[in-house]
Each structure stands twice: as C-alpha cells, then as structure tokens.
Design a protein around this ligand. Structure first.
Ligand code: F6P
Length: 539
C-alpha cells in the first residue's frame, strides 16, 4: 500500500500537528531523564544516540506502524531470499550474499570461489619483492570507485606500507595525467573496474593508461592490467586476460564487497578484507533478525521519512569526526541519492510524497570552519549525522611516545568538538543570554540588542550521533551495511525501487550525440543555449 494511504501515515500527520511541529529538544530532555537511554540503540559495532532528534517514543511507535503497514519486513525478506526486488530490471539484489559465510546464502559457491581467487591474487600482489608492484591504480567511477576509495582511506592504517593506492575516476584527463607522471610502468598495476565495462569515463581512462604504459616501454599488459567486471568478454577484448567477475544482482553502489573491492584487498590484505565482510554480515543479521523496535537501519530509515515527509527537511549533513572517513559523505551521496532519488514508485506510478534528501558533508572539524555557520544560524533546519570513533588508530604506525601522546591529545580535542557541535545545535543561545556577553569584536556602532540578535542561536536543531569503538575493517563493514539497509528501509516505506538508476541515462545519450558535434561544429536542431555554448567552446 502507498505509504500516504496507510492509517499510520494519517496517525503520523495528526501526531506531527499535535507534537511534532513544535517539538522542543530542550524541553524533552528536561521532561524525561531517561531520554538518552530510551532513544539509544546498539547494533553490531555501532552505538547510535537518536535522542537529539525531534521525536519521542510515541513518534517511533507510529513510524514502526508505518513500516509494518507498508510491508517493509516482507520486502526485506524477499530481498534477502534473492527474489527479484529490482522490478524494473527483473534482478535480484544480493549484495548481502557477498558477505555471507560459505554455504549460508544464495550463489554461495560462485561468490566464495571468486572471493578466494581474488584474495589470493591480492596477496600475490602484496608480495612486493616478487610482484614488483608498488602502485595500484583503480580506474572506475561511481560504485566502481567510491566504495573502495572510501574504504581504502578509512583503513589506511591497515595498508601495506610499500604499496600506494590511487583512484582515478573522472573522464577529465587532469585526473589521470598528473598521476601518470609519477608512476613507473614496471611497478604499476592498473585495475580496470566497471560492472558493465562500457562506462565512457572508465573506458577512456583505461585506453589512456594503456597508451601510456605502451609508450613508456611497458610490454606485459597481462601482468599490469587486471579487470573487475560482470563483462569478462569485453575486458578480454580490451586485452585484459586476468579478470575477477561478479553478477548482475550486485548493484554498482553495493559492489564494494565483490571483486570491485580488489584494490582495497590489495591494500589491506585478505584477512582484513574478510574481517570487513564479517562486519557487514553481522549488520545483515541484525537487519534481518532484530525486532523493528531495536533494528537500527530500520529506525534510521524511519527517521529519514519523518524528517523528509513530515518536517519537510530537504537535506541531511554527514559529519564524520575521523579523517579516515573523509570520503564517506561522497560514498553516501551515491548510495542514498542514486538509490532513492526517484519520483515514481516501483510500479512506475507518480509518488505523492518527497523521497531522498540531499546528502552532503565534510569531515569534522573542517566543516565547522566552513558551512556549520548555516547549520547553527541559517534559515533551514538541516539534521546532522555525527560519526565519532572512541579510540585512535595511530598505534601500529610506530610513532615515538611523545608523538603518540600528541595524537591522543588531538583525539580528545576532536571528540570534544564533536560533542560540542551536537550540543550547540540542540541548546542554542537566546538573545537574552547573548546580551550578557561583551564580545570584543562587536561593532561599537551597533546597539547591544542588535549584536545579541546576531549572536543568538535558535537551537533545537536535530542530530544523530553514531559511535564506533575503533575504525577497523569489522566496524567499517558494519557501518557501511548499516547505511545500505537504512536506504533500503526508507525506500521500502516510500514504495520505490532503490536498485535501479534510470536517471543517469539521458545525459549519457545526449553526451554521445554532442560528442561528434564538438568536432564538426554542427548545431542543427540544438536548443539555442547548447548551440551557443558549443560554438564558443570551438572558437
Ligand atoms: O552512471 C551511473 C552508474 O551506472 C552507477 O550506477 C555505477 O556505479 C557507475 O555508473 C559505474 O558503472 P560501471 O561500474 O558499469 O562502470
């Protein structure tokens, strides 16, 4: 049933009018001393504090009714069983099978055979004395780039010290070019990563890399190029003899766990890669088995529905307070906006409700000195998601004790900043409080009242805080799987197919039509703007 036709939706509308619109976090904490405890949740490797959000247990109750009425659990079970829940492409959606223990999920034999072969290959590359490889360049885009790139940054502390990982995505040669200047073909391995092996950007970069390799005296393409793809034939036609395959039931943005993870496996090794899969699998079990009341991906998905459809918040900011997670916002942008940025439901009927919010962010504390001004005092309410990590991971890097102590001190500052931001967003500061202050930089020409208004904060701005004990392969796997299932959960409530991406097609088709016109200058039939711009670009 369409979500807005359910009894729960009507109940939520009534609840929003009565308690949601004017919900005040400060009053809620004053009223309920147990609020933090009752709105905090444990999932594998992740602790989540939802208490600084504009909801209470009654709201959650109505949202859970909505999940049940829209059939979220049945859809989840159909997905996990391998039924073709990607309706518009008649495909199963089984990224969970990629991290399931041997024999416990569909396609287990193929999955584990490929995984074993890929990890054995990764470990051979890691024998740098015999492989001769020093630089690994992943050429891929979207899901064939963002996942392994994000994870390689997050797990840099686990990386082989003599191997450098590089990620090239953009069709713009200014991405690959500067990197090639620093590489030696004798010590470089290119991983050409593309589910389809037809993507313009990846094919263009792969051709350029091959041309550079041959021009620089490289001879052994078979040794220096490897492909990760579902289209092994196309890789062979390109001249690549070593390929690791995967399957059409692995969506591009869900493919980190497949052969697309090869550059990560080369960086961190087979055991750590398997630990990441195990962390994700633990989250899969939680998603499949935990009662909805304590099911963290479901609760986060429902929170997203509450904010998007009832409060009308159009964006969510992600602020990982760990430099290793600096690529997580970009990864989540594809995961969430490509999955749920839809305007029709799974049957192709127009939706009457808003779907995916804009997801954006930067690591803390950097964002604090850039856009947090708007989060605190702008006219829009933007829920923020803080991600903090309890322990540092500098240990294995072998710094001197004094340096380690300095890093520990920096970590305390990082955590204090993280807590301070969610506190400031919630508490705010009244103009009366600001009036008691005498800021040295305030203009003497401005009245004290006006200065106080500039310096006041509305507060009551919501945030979620996710805590990891440490950032390691297991917790990273769990965190990413949490986000995957959260996106599934909001998508299931909205009734959309979160696993297709038809919206990327039109631009690709038009690009292919415009490409020859850039050479010929033919603007026949083009709109005046495109024709004018094309002419200027050719001048
Ligand atoms: O154009 C969008 C998209 O299809 C993404 O969904 C995908 O992750 C990316 O392009 C790359 O596709 P491929 O892995 O087939 O090169």
């Amino acid at each position: 049933m369409a979500c807005d036709q359910t009894a729960a939706w009507s109940a939520l509308q009534g609840h929003f009018q009565a308690h949601g619109r004017d919900f005040d976090l400060r009053e809620a904490f004053a009223r309920d001393p147990h609020r933090h405890t009752s709105l905090s949740f444990e999932a594998p490797s992740v602790f989540a504090d939802l208490s600084k959000n504009l909801l209470d247990t009654a709201t959650l109750h109505f949202l859970l009714d909505l999940a049940r009425e829209t059939g979220l659990e049945a859809r989840r079970d159909r997905m996990l069983a391998g039924e073709p829940v990607n309706d518009s492409e008649s495909r199963a959606v089984l990224h969970t099978a990629l991290r399931a223990p041997r024999g416990s999920a569909p396609f287990s034999a193929e999955v584990h055979a490929t995984l074993d072969a890929m990890l054995a290959y990764a470990d051979r590359v890691r024998q740098v004395e015999s492989s001769g490889i020093r630089d690994v360049v992943n050429i891929g885009i979207g899901g064939s780039d963002l996942g392994p790139q994000m994870a390689a940054a997050a797990l840099a502390g686990y990386a082989h010290p003599q191997l450098n990982s590089h990620f090239v995505a953009n069709v713009d040669g200014h991405d690959l070019g500067p990197l090639l200047r620093r590489l030696d073909p004798r010590h470089t391995l290119f991983v050409v990563a593309s589910k389809t092996f037809t993507t313009q950007e990846t094919m263009a970069n792969a051709q350029a890399a091959k041309a550079w390799f041959l021009a620089a005296g490289g001879t052994d393409i078979a040794k220096h190029f490897v492909a990760t793809t579902t289209n092994v034939e196309a890789a062979a036609a390109f001249g690549i003899t070593t390929s690791f395959g995967f399957w059409d039931w692995v969506g591009g943005r869900y493919s980190l766990w497949s052969a697309i993870g090869l550059p990560l496996a080369i960086a961190i090794g087979a055991d750590h890669f398997r630990a990441m899969l195990a962390g994700a699998h633990a989250m899969d079990r939680h998603f499949a088995e935990a009662p909805l009341e304590r099911n963290l991906p479901v609760l986060l998905g429902l929170l997203d529905v509450w904010y998007r459809n009832f409060h009308g918040f159009a964006s969510r900011s992600v602020a990982p307070y760990h430099q290793g997670l600096r690529r997580l916002p970009a990864y989540l942008q594809q995961l969430e906006m490509e999955s749920n940025g839809k305007r029709v439901d799974a049957q192709g009927e127009a939706l009457r409700v808003a779907t995916a919010p804009v997801v954006w962010g930067e690591p803390g504390t950097n964002g604090q000195h850039a856009y947090f001004q708007m989060l605190h005092q702008g006219t829009d309410t933007i829920p923020v998601e803080f991600i903090a990590v309890r322990a540092t991971s500098h240990g294995p890097l072998g710094f001197a004790p004094a340096v380690r102590a300095a890093f520990e001190d920096q970590h305390r500052k990082l955590l204090a900043n993280c807590l301070a931001q969610s506190q400031a967003l919630m508490l705010g500061k009244t103009a009366q409080e600001a009036l008691l202050e005498s800021p040295s930089t305030a203009s003497p020409q401005m009245s004290r009242q006006a200065v106080a208004r500039h310096r006041s904060f509305p507060g009551n701005r919501p945030s979620t805080t996710l805590l990891l004990d440490r950032l390691d392969p297991t917790s990273l796997g769990a965190l990413v799987a949490l986000y995957e299932h959260r996106v599934f959960s909001s998508g299931a409530v909205w009734g959309i197919n979160s696993f297709d991406q038809w919206g990327v097609e039109l631009g690709k088709v038009l690009c292919n039509q415009l490409l020859p016109r850039l050479d010929s200058g033919d603007v026949t039939g083009l709109d005046a703007s495109t024709a004018g711009l094309l002419a200027r670009l050719r001048d």
